[in-house]
Design a binder for this molecule. Structure first.
Ligand SMILES: *Cc1c(COP(=O)(O)O)cnc(C)c1O
Length: 349
């Protein structure tokens, strides 16, 4: 079934076979890759199959290494999936807006039509509308759970309904799932061969700068993505850094707990402001906040050196700001500025 969804050229593709690919064992001398032999820590090419990293993340997430693709950030895996399945100028994908911007950007770059279906008023995918947008050229549906920028998880029953009734690929982007672990959909991988789950080290793991993301899927899909990715897509410095962080889970989980505590503290503070209309509940490390006049507050904060995300484009997000959870000190600074804003607003009203 997966094979018939692939682009023909990808189905027929012979992958580039790198020196390190052809010989996977341990040798005494490596004279096969034209590297500089004098050691400086990075004179050798990195492992193109990222074996050690896959073992570490596989153990944490309970996923076999053959079901993992490592990307240069999960952004790379979004592009890989689109390129594997979608014929430029012919096929289309479906996204559920408002959502993460890269699905559409990757589709646009690859000349793939991107059909946007609005989330319903509780920020859940509108299944009826999605099915009315699907045609024989629809290859992928992108879901994001917890969704950026709304912060909520998608109902599991919605995901399984799409997986069962849509003949193409369903991608569930779980970039924020480490803040809401019980909601992960990795347990569905065994049952659904058309499911792809994306995760990343950029958010809860605190490693946005090293660019490491993951794609979890059945072997039919991981084999293809591993074939079309650049052989050395993740560099040695990033691999080493990622591996040592994954060996140090305790420290990361204490940061995570603090971020969640701060999220709940800040949510309460925000909802008390006179100009606050709604603080949406969040399963992630950011808060979506509806207020009286988002432009005005955004500009006030900007003038005071505080940058938040203005997400007013989508109709559902009128007058909303998205605020990332900072350190306790940063959240206190934000709170002080908001109190100033509130006071000045009362004076000028
Ligand atoms: C931040 C983010 C990503 C990007 O992750 P990288 O691994 O840093 O490329 C992917 N999806 C969503 C929804 C995000 O918010």
């Amino acid at each position: 079934m997966i094979q018939s969804l692939l682009r023909n050229n990808i189905k027929k593709l012979e992958a580039y076979s790198s020196a390190r690919d052809e010989y996977g064992g341990k040798a005494n001398l490596y004279l096969d890759a034209n590297e500089n032999p004098f050691s400086n820590g990075v004179n050798r090419y990195p492992d193109p199959r990222q074996k050690n990293l896959k073992q570490l993340i596989g153990k944490i997430k309970q996923i076999e290494t053959k079901n993992i693709v490592v990307g240069n950030g999960s952004d790379e895996t979004i592009d890989l999936i689109i390129r594997a399945f979608c014929n430029p100028g012919k096929d289309n994908i479906i996204i559920n807006t408002p959502t993460y911007g890269m699905y559409k950007v990757c589709a646009d770059i690859n000349d793939i039509e991107c059909r946007e279906v609005l989330l319903d008023s509780s920020f859940q995918p509108d299944i009826k509308n999605i099915f009315s947008q699907i045609d024989e050229r629809t290859k992928i549906i992108f879901l994001c759970s917890p969704n950026n920028p709304t912060g909520n998880c998608i109902n599991r029953s919605t995901i399984t309904e799409l997986l069962s009734n849509f003949k193409g690929i369903v991608v569930v982007d779980e970039a924020y799932i480490d803040f809401s672990e019980e909601n992960t959909n990795t347990g569905l991988l065994e049952k659904y061969s058309n499911l792809v789950i994306l995760q990343t080290l950029s958010k809860a793991w605190g490693l946005a700068g090293i660019r490491v993301g993951f794609c979890f899927a059945g072997e039919e899909i991981t084999k293809v993505l591993n074939k079309i990715k650049y052989p050395y897509n993740v560099n040695s410095l990033s691999l080493n850094f990622a591996e040592s962080t994954l060996k140090n889970i305790e420290e990361i989980s204490s940061f995570k707990k603090l971020i969640l505590k701060e999220r709940d503290r800040l949510s309460l503070i925000l909802s008390d402001f006179s100009f606050s209309r709604k603080v949406y509940s969040s399963d992630a490390n950011f808060i979506l906040w509806k207020i009286d006049n988002a432009d005005k507050l955004y500009n006030f904060l900007k003038k005071n050196g505080i940058i938040v995300r203005k997400r007013c484009i989508a109709p559902l997000l009128r007058n909303c700001l998205r605020i990332s959870i900072g350190t306790p000190d940063e959240n206190n600074t934000l709170t002080e500025k908001l109190r100033e804003y509130e006071a000045s607003n009362i004076i000028y009203r």
